[in-house]
Structures are given as structure tokens and as C-alpha cells.
Ligand binder design. Structure first.
Ligand SMILES: NC(=O)c1ccc[n+]([C@@H]2O[C@H](COP(=O)([O-])OP(=O)(O)OC[C@H]3O[C@@H](n4cnc5c(N)ncnc54)[C@H](OP(=O)(O)O)[C@@H]3O)[C@@H](O)[C@H]2O)c1
Length: 252
């Protein structure tokens, strides 16, 4: 039995690798023996992650996922330079608090482009047999907010609900290729996204959110550990499912 969740000999692509959950997951993948391909917009922050990786053979690519039409050539470049991949973690995401009366099409479009469309496009091109090894795992970051509601979160909740359901048809379509597709729905995890959220609401509201997590709020490491399991062969029979990891938030 694979008890160590080894990622030896595996090449894993991680978006949102310059910050928070994506950064922590990239480091955890390298500790589990995998090679990591980091994607993010901010080069300095990507290099910061890159310098924390263990082992050799890692690489990074600065790329704005809003450049949807260039995703196909990014995928070709990555595979040409790193070989076929064994896994993809779609961690890049944006979150904003925009009430209905000021919600614009632009806000909705940007949120869905990054949180939903870019991951589908990456999955479409990476899952081509030229680009993916004989089996592997694709992870999307959804959120407990994909099942719950909060004022001002129409775009975010809508996008995360889309993520946790679209993995089901993706898993069915990719099962023949031995590619598993799952999503993770975290509760509140302390990252820059959470810092920005707390800065946009009152101290009392922030405390109320924290208090709703019976086990307290999470760390990026909590989510990274689940990613390692889902990327490893130990989860070979897990596909098309959304896994909630929220310190009890959604049961309280
Ligand atoms: N933190 C939480 O409490 C929480 C809870 C539930 C779900 N999630 C989900 O988990 C994922 C990671 O969240 P996080 O807290 O780690 O976020 P974070 O610290 O704010 O990091 C967001 C990442 O997304 C990247 N990104 C944003 N827009 C991009 C674009 N246009 N092109 C390329 N990369 C882009 C950022 O890259 P740059 O730094 O280069 O801009 C950054 O690496 C997100 O999908 C989020 O919705 C988070």
C-alpha cells in the first residue's frame, strides 16, 4: 500500500502557485518527490515559491489566465519543455465582495474566466493524450461558498458552484484516459485572499465567520495535504467528487 502518498516520477502543474493554497501545495508536491510546474502572474512571487521547492527539475511560467486564447500555446510550451504531465491543480482564483446593485458584467466575466473557464481550458488541452501521461489526477479548487450564500458574493458563489458540478462530466469524459477529476471545497483558510476579505468587512463580521468554524480556520497546509492524496496513486478510485475540508463550518 502507498502509505506515504509519494509523487515520485510525477510532473504536476499548479496554477495560482505564487500565493496561498497553490504556493503551499507546490512546496508539498516537491516534498512528496514530484516535479512542479508553477503558473502565476507575478514573477517575483513565483520565484519566491520556486526557491522553496525541494529537489530538482521544477519550472515556472508567468501567465495571466485572463489571456484565454493563449492557454493552448502555454500548454504546448509546458509539455515541450517538461514532458507529459501527471497532474494539474487549478488553484488560481479571485474573490470579491460586490453587491447586486453594483455588480457589472465585467466583474462576473472576470470571476468566471479565472475561477471556471481557465481551468476547463487547461484541462481540455492538458488532457490530450500528447500532453498527459497514461494516468493522472486533476484538481479544481471550489469552496464551501459553492453550496452556501453570503451577501455580495454572487459572482464568487456562482463560480464555485459551477466548479464543483462541472468536475462530474469532466470525470466521466476523462475516465477512459485514466484521468481522475475532483474538486476541493475549503472553508476559510488563512491566505492573502482571506486578508483581503477581512479588510473589506467589519471586524465583527470577520470574527463571526471565524467563530462558525468549530475546529478554527484552516491553513494552506490543511488543503495541500488533501491535494497530495488526490494527486497520488492512493486515490486511484476517487473521481468526480467534491471533498469538503472546512473544520466543520458547513455542519454547524
Ligand atoms: N483562502 C480561502 O479561504 C479559500 C477558501 C475556499 C476556496 N478557496 C479557493 O482556493 C484557491 C486559492 O485561494 P488562495 O486563498 O490561495 O488565494 P490567493 O492567496 O489570493 O492566491 C490567488 C492565486 O491566484 C492567482 N491568480 C489570480 N488571478 C490570476 C490570473 N488572472 N492569472 C493567473 N493567476 C491568477 C494569483 O496569482 P498572482 O499572485 O500572480 O496574481 C495567486 O497565485 C482559489 O480558487 C480560492 O477561491 C480559498
Amino acid at each position: 500500500m502507498d502509505t506515504m502518498f509519494s509523487l515520485k516520477e510525477k510532473t504536476i502543474v499548479v496554477t495560482g502557485a505564487s500565493s496561498g493554497i497553490g504556493k503551499c501545495t507546490s512546496i508539498a508536491i516537491s516534498k512528496a518527490g514530484g516535479r512542479v510546474v508553477l503558473i502565476g502572474r507575478n514573477e517575483d512571487r513565483l520565484i519566491e515559491t520556486f526557491n522553496k521547492l525541494e529537489g530538482i527539475g521544477h519550472s515556472y511560467y508567468t501567465f495571466d489566465l485572463l489571456n484565454f486564447s493563449e492557454i493552448k500555446s502555454l500548454v504546448s510550451r509546458i509539455v515541450t519543455e517538461n514532458g507529459k504531465i501527471d497532474g494539474l491543480v487549478n488553484s488560481a482564483g479571485v474573490e470579491s465582495t460586490v453587491p447586486l446593485k453594483v455588480l457589472s458584467y465585467k466583474n462576473l466575466e472576470e470571476t468566471f474566466k479565472i475561477n471556471v473557464f481557465s481551468g476547463i481550458e487547461l484541462t481540455k488541452h492538458f488532457s490530450n493524450k500528447k500532453n498527459f501521461s497514461s494516468k493522472g489526477s486533476i484538481i479544481f479548487l471550489s469552496s464551501v461558498m459553492g453550496s452556501l450564500g453570503e451577501k455580495g458574493k454572487i459572482a464568487y458563489c456562482g463560480s464555485k458552484a459551477a466548479v464543483k458540478n462541472m468536475i462530474k462530466p469532466l470525470a466521466l469524459e476523462l475516465a477512459d484516459k485514466n484521468i481522475r477529476v475532483n474538486s476541493i471545497s475549503p472553508g476559510l483558510v488563512m491566505t492573502e485572499m482571506t486578508d483581503k476579505l477581512f479588510a473589506s468587512i467589519s471586524e465583527q463580521s470577520s470574527q463571526d465567520i471565524i467563530n462558525k468554524h468549530p475546529l478554527g480556520i484552516g491553513t494552506p497546509n490543511d488543503v495541500a495535504s488533501l491535494c497530495i492524496y488526490l494527486l497520488s496513486n492512493s486515490s486511484r478510485w476517487v473521481t468526480g467528487t467534491d471533498i469538503i475540508i472546512d473544520g466543520g463550518y458547513s455542519i454547524s
